[in-house]
Design a protein around this ligand. Structure first.
Ligand code: SF4
Length: 303
């Protein structure tokens, strides 16, 4: 328990503490004396300002002490500690919490944890999951080895297809013949995420002439989420290739507007009020082979 009154001899050992701080710090970076703090009986910490440019607000803390009934004060430890206004690095966050969508690059591996809430056991038809599954015994043994390296490798050997009519075949048809499948929680978080990006509350959907549920470019998906989502297949839509809420919509809706037809050309006008002379034969035919420029052309009149 801390003593409220600093030990007198320890409190007076300011110069001893300053020398210890100067020994630990870079020359000329131990600043003004701040104060003394009583840590315990005959244990006092002296604080000095740190004048290192990168350590604004930090303090050199030199703890001095003495033995019971002894008059000699000695240095216990010298450390650099942050003061109340110290410039500090942000709190450290584990990589798994720092990871953001889009961070995964080619060749990166992001193994899902065995306890991942987004997943739950599927029906594989086998007693044990594939060896590369996070819930397999092999992977758990590997994870238990400290500093185990995880390296990319070829996928596990393909399983033989189940016999028609077996439970495994039905499970495969339902998309459940995997070591793990999406849990209810995993479905919910995926649906929330998709709805936020391409849902009814987005500005695009609010201004759309109609929703995706009536759009010819919307492709249905399988599974329980088909009741609320589909995939947009319109290359001109901002959601092309994305999972969209059925309540989403955009201006490229297949029935958004009827394209105006190009104007039809006017029918040809036949003028029946004048006579148009049309030569039946060319000039050479009319002169037996020699052209007479001034010969009158045989003409036929139409009325
Ligand atoms: S084109 Fe627009 S309305 Fe049609 S499915 Fe895609 S996002 Fe929905």
């Amino acid at each position: 328990m801390r003593s409220r009154t600093p030990d007198r001899l320890c409190a007076e050992a300011v110069e001893l503490a300053r020398e210890a701080a100067a020994e630990a710090a870079r020359p000329g970076t131990v600043g003004e004396y701040v104060r003394a703090v009583a840590d315990a009986d005959r244990v006092v910490t002296h604080l000095f300002e740190c004048q290192e440019p990168g350590y604004r607000g930090w303090r050199w803390a030199v703890t001095v002490t003495r033995a019971s009934r002894a008059k000699v004060v000695t240095v216990d430890e010298t450390v650099l500690l942050p003061g109340p206004d110290a410039l500090l690095a942000p709190e450290w966050v584990p990589w798994s919490e720092r990871l953001r969508p889009g961070d995964l690059g080619p060749g990166d591996l992001l193994p899902s944890e065995a306890e991942d809430l987004r997943l739950e056991p599927g029906y594989s038809g086998e007693d044990s999951p594939p060896p590369n599954s996070a819930v397999s015994e092999e992977m758990q043994q590997l994870a238990a080895v400290e500093d185990a390296d995880v390296t990319a490798g070829p996928p596990a050997a393909q399983e033989t297809p189940p016999a028609a009519g077996s439970i495994a075949a039905v499970a495969e048809e339902l998309g459940m013949r995997r070591a793990r499948v999406l849990s209810r929680y995993g479905l919910h978080v995926a649906a929330d995420r998709w709805d936020e990006a391409f849902g009814a509350k987005t500005p695009m959907a609010q201004a759309a002439p109609a929703s995706c549920v009536t759009c010819g470019f919307m492709m249905p998906i399988a599974g329980s989420l088909r009741q609320a989502f589909g995939v947009c297949a319109n290359e001109f839509s901002p959601a092309d290739g994305r999972v969209v809420s059925l309540a989403y919509g955009c201006g490229a809706h297949s029935e958004a507007a009827v394209m105006p037809k190009p104007p039809r050309p006017a029918p040809p006008v036949i003028d029946e009020t004048v006579v148009e002379p049309l030569p039946l034969r060319g000039p050479a035919e009319r002169t037996g082979g020699s052209v007479e420029p001034d010969a009158p052309a045989e003409e036929l009149g139409h009325s």
